[in-house]
Design a binder for this molecule. Structure first.
Ligand SMILES: Nc1nc2c(c(=O)[nH]1)N[C@H]1C(S)=C(S)[C@@H](COP(=O)(O)OP(=O)(O)OC[C@H]3O[C@@H](n4cnc5c(=O)[nH]c(N)nc54)[C@H](O)[C@@H]3O)O[C@H]1N2
Ligand SMILES: Nc1nc2c(c(=O)[nH]1)N[C@H]1C(S)=C(S)[C@@H](COP(=O)(O)OP(=O)(O)OC[C@H]3O[C@@H](n4cnc5c(=O)[nH]c(N)nc54)[C@H](O)[C@@H]3O)O[C@H]1N2
Ligand SMILES: [Mo]
Length: 679
């Protein structure tokens, strides 16, 4: 069979890896997807989702036409004309109070064209939107307060580490390409430590697995810090020169002698001592901090305490050393705001009302007044599955007069809509993407036509703007028309942020963003108020109302006799959040939400593997089949997040809309339940 045409592209999912890929297209169809070796961070291997893309694009359940709710309350296929007419009628009626319309976007796809959404709503004259983010803002803010901004060394620098600590991160599932550099480091003699209440795939090859009680990592870090001070393992020179607040921090750490740290965290004292010894004696050391332990009410302070361990041991600014959390060096096209906003941008213009916390979506939507919310537009997100406290979110949606959802599939959120618009996939419109782990800019190329009647969002906005009679010149300057040439012209304009960069160049493959640091902070200059690494931060207190030092506070939700078990809801290699789980090939791997229970908690409840249980708290109740997890620490249980409600196991039925201590993140794991065996 003749070869098709090969395209380079980049995967725009909200994922660390943001892989470069090569895709073969023949007869207008996707045929093969493989890794693109030109990206040094993701040169080999495509993940399960990457392998399932062809299936996803062509899945019979994919939405190919607009749907509208008919008079008997059912969603049925309608024409684009009818869909746009119905939307425009509502928008025109609400235009006198434009902030009665809420625009909500999730993290479904990256790309510069996402900005068109905000351009449209500004042209409309106003809107209400959310602030904060479900994903990572507590850690972002903790890092910014400590180091001045968010960046880290190039992914391949990890191979130079002699000690790697994965703290609340499970890259063997969530960042598989990082494991390649771990293997290289281990081959060169590096030690690997994993800190996670669960024994994960990442920990299979670890030298040390530390399993703290969920939400106690801050106390663990302070206990380790104290040990470093006690054992004289602190790098005095580095600390004197580059670290602010270390004396006060030492006093705080002294409140956490080994026995107390062990008692709070449930980690035996010898383990704490061993990790302190490793951090104090093996260099260079890198801590890869994941997002798992920053999903608690105390998590910003926790992240600051963990990061302090690198400052005390001089593990910043050197090859093989550092804090791998978020590398925003490739985010050069716009400041980290709007789609990436993690706190409300200062609102001077009165166009956007940024007043709904993403983490308290349902509650805050219902609380809006003057004007109250009447309509919502949801794009690239599935809040009925992914945001905390599903019942509240559903209630808020049902309290509105009109709902539009743009998606590729009939998700839980789309099922609530009055109009559902079919969305493009990454292969059906070009866009430029950056990343948050590696330093590459990539072109996600259009290589096939959108199937059925699918239209990219930018085209939908353009059509709406035309129907609503927005001023054509203004529209043309902000929203590209439907043709490929117009989209390309829009992207070329945005590329001017990097002198000399063109779409033609990006078509050949990924580019490393000019000037990125392979070893971050090698100049040891920090954009903090003191110009040093700040272990004490005035801004922590003025902006977020927490202690200037990273004090440990227990998570807000406290174990009780009715809710004694902490429910962890991490990510899985099989999906990305609520995407891909509906596909036959993924269902073959995992077709049913299962709750993983520790032996001690199972035994005391008379539960065995395979039993059906009800998992309850005062937010809701779900039913699961049990799998015993013999290596899980007691007092917690886990279910992967992302299950659609109609498939059962939609874990946010049980979580409360509650923010993290800083950054307006979501405290998903601050979530206690009871598990009851079903007869
Ligand atoms: N395959 C796949 N890859 C993904 C994603 C996906 O859905 N699927 N999602 C992407 C996105 S958006 C994100 S945010 C990242 C997230 O990826 P990661 O950073 O790996 O984060 P999580 O999966 O949320 O949690 C990581 C680990 O933290 C542990 N954990 C939970 N509570 C605690 C605690 O109190 N202390 C400690 N030490 N550990 C704790 C969990 O058990 C879990 O194993 O992955 C990205 N990559
Ligand atoms: N309990 C619990 N809940 C969690 C988490 C957790 O750890 N525990 N993790 C949180 C995290 S880290 C994250 S990042 C969020 C993710 O939350 P969301 O971003 O809401 O989740 P996704 O499931 O990725 O949903 C994205 C939707 O966008 C659609 N989509 C994909 N591409 C496009 C496109 O080009 N256009 C349009 N219009 N739609 C598109 C997909 O089909 C999908 O339905 O979930 C959060 N929820
Ligand atoms: Mo995320």
């Amino acid at each position: 069979m003749a070869e098709g045409t090969w395209y380079t592209t980049g995967c725009p999912r909200n994922c660390y890896s943001t892989c470069s890929m090569r895709v073969e297209v023949r007869d207008g169809q996707l045929r093969r997807i493989e890794a693109n070796p030109d990206n040094l961070a993701t040169p080999e291997g495509v993940c399960l989702k990457g392998l399932a893309y062809i299936e996803r694009v062509n899945d019979p359940d994919r939405l190919l036409h607009p749907l509208g709710r008919n008079s008997s309350g059912r969603l049925q296929q309608i024409s684009w004309d009818e869909a746009l007419d119905r939307i425009c009628a509502k928008l025109a009626a609400l235009q006198a109070e434009p902030q009665s319309v809420m625009a909500y976007t999730g993290s479904g796809t990256k790309g510069l064209l996402n900005d068109v959404t905000w351009a449209f709503w500004r042209l409309y004259g106003g809107y209400t939107t959310s602030y904060g983010d479900l994903c990572w803002p507590a850690g972002l803010e903790a890092t910014r307060l400590t180091l001045g901004d968010n960046r880290h060394s190039a992914p391949w620098d990890l191979a130079n580490a002699r000690l790697i600590v994965f703290w609340g991160k499970n890259p063997a599932e969530t960042n598989i390409h990082q494991m390649r550099f771990v293997e290289q480091a281990v081959e060169n003699g590096a030690k690997l430590v994993v800190i996670d209440p669960r024994r994960t795939e990442t920990s299979q090859g670890a030298d040390l697995l530390i399993q703290p009680k969920p939400g106690t990592d801050g106390a663990l870090a302070l206990g380790i810090a104290n040990q470093l001070f006690q054992e004289n393992l602190v790098q005095r020179d580095f600390v004197e020169r580059h670290v602010h607040g270390h004396e006060a921090f030492a006093e705080l750490a002294a409140e956490f002698p080994l026995e107390r740290a062990a008692e709070i965290t449930g980690v035996p004292a010898p383990f704490i001592r061993e990790l302190a010894d490793l951090l104090g004696s093996v260099e260079p050391a890198t801590i890869c901090a994941g997002f798992g332990m920053q999903r608690y009410t105390n998590s910003g302070q926790t992240m600051r305490a963990i990061l302090a361990l690198l400052a005390l041991t001089g593990n910043i600014g050197r090859a093989g050393a550092g804090w791998v959390y978020a590398n925003l060096q490739s985010q050069v096209f716009a400041p980290v705001k709007d789609p990436f906003a993690f706190y409300p941008p200062e609102q001077a213009d009165g166009v956007a009302r940024v007043s709904v916390s993403t983490s308290r979506l349902g509650e805050d939507m219902m609380r809006q007044a003057d004007p109250r919310l009447r309509m919502i537009w949801v794009e690239r997100g599935n809040p009925l599955t992914q945001n905390p406290h599903t019942a509240r979110v559903a209630e808020a949606f049902r309290s509105l007069e009109f709902r539009v959802v743009v998606d590729q599939f009939l998700t839980d959120t789309a099922r609530e809509a009055d109009i559902v618009l079919p969305a493009k996939t990454m292969f059906e419109q070009s866009d430029v993407i950056n990343a948050y782990w590696h330093p590459y800019i990539q072109l996600k190329q259009k290589m096939i036509e959108p199937p059925g009647e699918v239209k990219p969002e930018s085209e939908v906005y353009w059509l709406l703007a035309e129907r609503l009679g927005f001023e054509p010149g203004e529209v043309a300057s902000k929203i590209p028309g439907a043709s490929e040439a117009e989209v390309d012209a829009y992207l070329e304009r945005r590329l001017q942020a990097i002198p000399g960069l063109t779409l033609d160049r990006l078509r050949q493959g990924p580019i490393e963003v000019p000037g990125h640091e392979v070893v971050a902070w090698s100049d040891l200059e920090f954009a903090t108020p003191t110009g040093k690494i700040e272990l004490a931060s005035t801004e922590a207190s003025t902006r977020w109302g927490v202690a200037e030092l990273p004090r440990w506070e227990p998570p807000e939700e406290v174990e009780s006799s009715t809710s004694p078990i902490r429910l962890l809801t991490p990510n899985t290699k099989n999906r990305i959040h609520s995407q891909f789980g509906n596909l036959p090939s993924i269902r073959e791997l995992e077709d049913e939400a299962v709750i993983h229970v520790s032996p001690a908690d199972a035994e005391s409840r008379g539960i065995e593997s395979g039993d059906r249980v009800q998992v309850i708290n005062d937010r809701g109740a779900l039913e699961f089949t049990v799998a015993l997890d013999v290596s899980l620490r007691s007092g917690c249980a886990w279910v992967t997040n992302g299950w659609w409600r109609r498939r059962g196991g939609s874990v946010n039925e049980l979580s409360l809309g509650r923010e993290t201590d800083m950054g307006h993140g979501a405290a998903f794991h601050d979530n206690l339940v009871e598990i009851v065996k079903l007869p």
